[in-house]
Design a protein around this ligand. Sequence first.
Ligand code: FAD
Length: 498
Amino acid sequence: TELTAEKFDLVVVGGGPSGATLAALVAKQGHRVLLLEKEKFPRYQIGESLLPSTVHGVCKLLGVAEEVEAAGFVKKLGGTFRWGANPDPWTFTFAISPKIAGPTSHAFQVERMKFDQILLDNARRVGVQVREECSVNSIIDDGDRVTGLRYTDVDGTAHEISATIVADCSGNRSRIHQHTGGKRVYSEFFQNVALFGYFEGGKRLPAPRNGNILCEAFEDGWFWYIPLSDELTSVGAVIARERVDQIQGDSEKALFKFIERSPLIQDMLSEARRVTEGPYGEIRVRKDYSYCDTAFWKPGMVLAGDAACFVDPVFSSGVHLATYSGLLAARSINSVLSGEVDERRSFTEFEKRYRREYGLFYEFLISFYDLHHDEQSYFWSAKKLTSAGASDAEAFVELVGGAASGDAALTAVTAGRRLASAADQLAQAVDSVRGQGGGDVDKPAPLLKAPIIGEVMQEGAQVQARAALGDDLGDEKPLFVDGLVPSGDGMTWKIPVS
Ligand code: FAD
């Protein structure tokens, strides 16, 4: 071991979206931050379909929103689904009409090699020491708290680093997450297996849906079809665990067999060729990806992103949860390092908020999957709602797009007031959507009636609004008893004035 005797305020393990977000937001406060990444970037990663709260909320706080906007990624206005017995696909848009969509009511479909590079370069630019090809092997703990870690660099030299706080952002293959004293609990509901590859020359939906994620349910599971450029498409099948025997053996054969069973995907790919070379040339299989750790922190250590938990690919929540948890952890670490809030209180706030957000998506996604069992359920009802002219659902979606957007209304002096009134309207719209559709308690509520969707959308809107408004947003209310609230600039926690 080479005892380098280096000491940092924060050492982040992993340079994906969670690590790059967390590291940058702590370095921006003037703290000494080291980030250790096992691979040499750009490196391949799955998780290409993003949500607006990431690209306009967290990316804005990071200072990369414009760079992401200019990077040439495919603009995603929403999702198109063919799900259940109805042969007609239906579409969900972040802003109901592209004509009236505000400038931030979209997300992007990203090649992760490019998106993650932007975030990691940004971390470097704001002062994070980034060391690639450095693999973290173990944690150093003095019994009471984590005090550092050991890693091996590209030449095979071992190093020891001491740190006030270690953040594990090393994703679902983390070797150190269990050091918080928790265990990974795998979901009983989400036990799917994903099989995915890349195609050139796949068709596009007609504009303005050409940038949408397209999802098609079929007898064994569902497909994603994500346009990554004019030429390149990411195509993946998510298969129920009971059907996993069909994946055994030749994975290319299995993928093509599933495509044959999915009429819409088959048609979209009728003139396409599978990419067989380079980083997109492999057919990959991922399983055991739905889990949640029982402890997200211990003194001196915190877990963010996939290192802590992940739900399921449907609805593109992964990078949102990764970057949002990076932001939440950064607030806690900044508050601890500056001595403003004690560690237990600060990390408890982080853990509660992260679990809450994860829980919202978890429940929301269970509702999404209900569709497999009952065509009258969420998706079906949502389809009927969204195609019903100027329905409450349209109003709801439109409002979410508007309240969440950073357009002129949010940059004017009256921004705070405009946002407050938008939030009121949002609450009313959510209530009126919830109130629709009779009281048959045995049937699952339609998608847009679920309280969960309102909460998920509101959470995303908050992050975006804070990024756009900063101090103008005013104080949020604490979410929990003895809870903390974000500071005006969103970078630390404050103890609320009671
Ligand atoms: P990662 O992106 O995994 O980054 C972790 C980093 O840590 C890596 O760069 C790794 O090299 C590094 N590392 C690992 N071990 C070490 C070590 N010992 N030392 C140093 N560095 C280390 N999300 C979406 O938002 N949209 C989608 O459409 C989507 N689709 C998905 C489809 C599938 C099949 C799956 C399984 C996931 C999908 N996701 C999606 C989720 C998304 O992939 C993850 O949630 C996201 O990448 C998590 O980011 P992260 O920063 O926590 O981890």
